[in-house]
Design a protein around this ligand. Structure first.
Ligand code: UGA
Length: 438
């Protein structure tokens, strides 16, 4: 099928490459000149395992192209248009900024004459009610489906090609819904053949599935972080508690890692956008629940900063602090709302001389946070440190040899802000070890 993907950031670039992998002829459209130039040459402008190979294969096969400004013919000739633009948090409020979604739709509408009705497929995360408004704006020029995406950074290729479920939010009118469903079934034929569950529903439910999935994950993380505070207050160990809870299949073991809390471009802004929608719709208890999730999460960063200060005897002024990891999670170079980076910045503001090492995000940290020193490797980062903070649990960082590390630092004290190290091993190697709620 002929497909366009409007918006080639994280979601769109992965989606475009995945669609070409499924055999479709794909045109990626983005307003960012540099991003388009990189993608068109088969280069991924961010770190995502497996994506460079997929992108290059599509570009080399001639099935995957990128442009800043598509021609009218290119737009009008496509069978399916995916909208994959960003919906960041509006500054000064929790609401989602939908300006990119509106521009994407305007661009399409400009080129669609209504003679043949393609399918517009929304993948961006939007507040409930958005799709219904967009369907009106399309004014019969195209059918609209809301088809949220659930990919995780670091596993984006796998999650796109082997999703846990595919959700179609379909138009109300049965003949439109039928037409839209059969086109999307054709697009995803190979994924559906593999047995991915497909859920057919209305626009509102589809929009809510996406935001509530992220809200639920965020709630699990904040719940275990709140329990970590209970463990701190009582001498319990939250890692053992989480393991014991996780054996109950009704609870499940995942997203119960306590630590510095969640960050990134999705969970924090999505809980705020859902909270804003809930308030607007008068569903106050949900807004309050999500506000509590957010408060607990932000508190985790304060807590790690306090722990670091305490480990330096009440002040980090002039202390050499090494923060291992800067990305919001491992296997990603994404620094958006990264807890590790915020901790590094705040310790630096408190007067510490902070050195950061991250396996992939170092260059970005150097460019965007000139107040932080960036070490090219972990051993140089550790050299002479008064305190080490593990901020992101990259495998190469959690697998560090504590004996070798102890020989490099000035004082062997570590704050494990991800509860990712074995305290016994580190203590045996001479370290003072502090975790979160253990
Ligand atoms: C999240 C969702 O997991 C995806 O399903 C969703 O598609 C995506 O947002 C999105 O809306 O686009 P992602 O932002 O890539 O994906 O990150 P996660 O892997 O979910 O991790 C989020 C944060 O939670 C990270 O900072 C991570 O370190 C933290 N986390 C995760 C914990 O602190 N504890 C845990 O137990 C799990």
């Amino acid at each position: 099928m002929r497909v366009t993907v409007v918006g080639c950031g994280y979601l769109g670039a992965v989606h475009a490459a995945a669609m070409s992998h499924l055999g479709h002829d794909v045109l990626g459209i983005d307003t960012d000149t540099q991003r388009v130039a990189a993608l068109a040459q088969g280069r991924v402008p961010f770190y995502e395992p497996g994506l460079p190979e997929l992108l290059k294969a599509g570009v080399d096969a001639g099935r995957l192209r990128f442009t800043r400004e598509p021609t009218a013919q290119e737009v009008a000739g496509a069978d399916v248009h995916f909208i994959a633009v960003g919906t960041p948090q509006t500054s000064g409020s929790g609401e989602a900024d939908l300006s990119q979604v509106r521009s994407a739709l305007d661009m399409l509408v400009q080129h669609l004459d209504g003679r043949r009705r393609p399918l517009v497929v929304g993948k961006s995360t939007v507040p409930v009610g958005t799709a219904a408004g967009l369907a009106d704006a399309l004014a019969g020029r195209a059918h609209l489906v809301w088809n949220p995406e659930f990919l995780r950074e670091g596993f984006a290729v796998h999650d796109t090609l082997h999703p846990d479920r595919i959700v179609y939010g379909l138009p109300d009118r049965p003949e439109q819904a039928q037409a839209a469903q059969s086109v999307l079934d054709e697009v995803y034929a190979r994924i559906l053949d593999e047995g991915a569950p497909r859920i057919l529903t209305d626009y509102a439910t589809a929009e809510l599935v996406k935001t509530s999935a992220n809200a639920f994950l965020a709630m699990k993380i904040s719940f275990i972080n709140a329990m970590a505070s209970m463990c701190d207050a009582t001498g319990g160990d939250v890692t053992v508690l989480a393991r014991a809870l996780g054996h109950d299949a009704r609870i499940g073991a995942r997203y119960l890692r306590a630590g510095v809390g969640f960050g990134g471009g999705c969970l924090p802004k999505d809980i705020r956008a859902l909270g804003a929608s809930a308030s607007l719709l008068g569903v106050e208890p949900l807004a309050q629940l999500l506000a509590a999730v957010d408060t607990i999460n932000r508190g985790q960063r304060d807590r790690v900063v306090r722990l670091a200060v305490e480990c330096c005897g009440g002040s980090v002024e002039e202390a050499a602090v090494t923060v291992l990891g800067a990305a919001f999670k491992p296997d990603s170079d994404d620094l958006r709302d990264s807890p590790a980076l915020e901790v590094a910045d705040r310790l630096s503001q408190l007067g510490a001389a902070v050195t950061v090492h991250d396996p992939q995000a170092g260059e970005q940290v150097r460019r965007l946070h000139p107040g932080l020193a960036v070490a090219p490797d972990v051993w140089r980062a550790l050299d002479g440190a008064d305190l080490v903070v593990l901020g992101t649990e990259w495998r190469e960082l959690t697998g560090l040899d504590p004996h070798r590390a102890a020989r490099l630092v000035a004082r062997p004290v570590i704050v494990d802000a991800r509860n990712a190290l074995d305290p016994t091993l580190w203590r045996e190697a001479g370290w003072t070890y502090r975790g979160v709620g253990r």
